[in-house]
Design a protein around this ligand. Structure first.
Ligand code: SAH
Length: 243
C-alpha cells in the first residue's frame, strides 16, 4: 500500500498542539499527507513542540477552506467518529478500516477525516464520508484526544502494511473520486425533484438513504455515467440517448 496515498484530514482543529501531536503520530506510522480544513490555530509554539521533530509534515501540510476541497481528489473518504450516530451509516472498526484503506490506496487517494475537539464532525460532514470508523472505547467516555485517535488508526494501517503484501483490488480505485459521487448525488436529487418524486422539504432523509445505497454499491466510472444518463433521460434532456 503506498502510504503517500493516505491523507489525514483535520476539520477545524482548535488547538495547534493537537495538530503537532497528529504530525508526530503520522510520521511515526509512515504517513505524510496532512490536510487542515480551517484550523483555528496552526504553527503555534505548542504545535511545533508537540510535533517533536516531525516538522516536515507540518511544513508540507495543505490548508483548505472546506472539507469538500480537501477530499475532492479522494476515491475513498472515511470519517472518524467518537459516537455512533442514530443514522445507520456503514461502520468500520479500526482494523477493518485499515484493510479497506490499504486495498483502496493501491489504486487512488484515500482520506481519513477527523473532527473538532469539542464537537466532532457535523452530520453534513459525516455524509461526505462513505464509511465511519469508530475506535471501541468506554461507552461513558468514548472521546479520545485527536492525536491519539489518529495514532490508533494509523497504527492499524502500519500493521496492515507489515502483515500483507500490497494488494491490488480489481474493481476499486478506478478513478471515481468524491467529487464524482457528489456530482451523481446532486444530479439524482435534481432529477427526483424534476420528476415529482421528491418533496424538497423532506429530501434530506431520503437523499441520505440513497447516498448510503450508492456508497455501498461502490460504482465505477462507467456505472456512474450510465446512472447519470438514466437521470438525464428521466429529466427529458435532449442529450439523453433514445432508442
Ligand atoms: N466530543 C466529540 C469528539 C471530539 S474528539 C464528539 O463527541 O464527537 C476529536 C476527533 O477525534 C473526533 O471528531 C474523531 O474524529 C476522533 N475521535 C475521538 N475519539 C474517537 C473514537 N472513539 N473513535 C473514532 N474517532 C474518534
Amino acid at each position: 500500500m503506498p502510504m503517500k496515498n493516505v491523507r489525514i484530514v483535520l476539520v477545524e482543529t482548535s488547538h495547534g498542539g493537537n495538530i503537532g501531536a497528529v504530525a508526530r503520530a503520522m510520521k511515526n506510522m509512515c504517513l505524510e499527507d496532512l490536510a487542515l480544513v480551517n484550523p483555528r490555530q496552526f504553527m503555534t509554539e505548542e504545535c511545533v513542540a508537540r510535533a517533536s521533530g516531525a516538522d516536515d509534515i507540518l511544513h508540507e501540510a495543505q490548508v483548505y477552506r472546506s472539507l469538500d476541497e480537501a477530499v475532492a481528489d479522494c476515491s475513498l473518504v472515511v470519517g472518524a467518529s467518537a459516537r455512533l450516530r442514530s443514522v445507520a451509516w456503514p461502520q468500520l472498526d479500526p482494523r477493518a478500516c485499515a484493510g479497506l484503506v490499504a486495498q483502496r490506496a493501491a489504486g487512488g487517494r484515500v482520506a481519513l477525516v477527523f473532527g473538532r475537539e469539542r464537537t466532532g464532525l457535523t452530520n453534513a460532514e459525516l455524509e461526505r464520508c462513505q464509511y465511519l470508523v469508530n475506535i471501541p472505547s468506554n461507552p461513558d467516555y468514548s472521546s479520545l484526544n485527536l492525536g491519539m485517535a489518529v495514532q490508533v488508526l494509523s497504527y492499524e494501517l502500519m500493521m496492515q502494511r507489515q502483515g500483507r503484501s500490497p494488494s491490488r483490488d480489481s474493481g476499486a480505485g478506478d478513478g471515481v473520486t468524491a467529487a464524482d459521487m457528489q456530482g451523481l448525488f446532486e444530479h439524482l436529487e435534481q432529477a427526483l425533484e424534476d420528476i415529482g418524486f421528491l418533496d424538497p422539504r423532506k429530501s434530506a432523509k431520503l437523499m441520505r438513504r440513497l447516498k448510503r445505497l450508492f456508497y455501498r454499491a461502490d460504482p465505477d466510472m462507467d456505472e456512474i455515467k450510465i446512472l447519470r444518463g438514466i437521470l438525464s433521460a428521466a429529466q427529458g434532456r435532449k442529450s439523453a440517448r433514445r432508442n
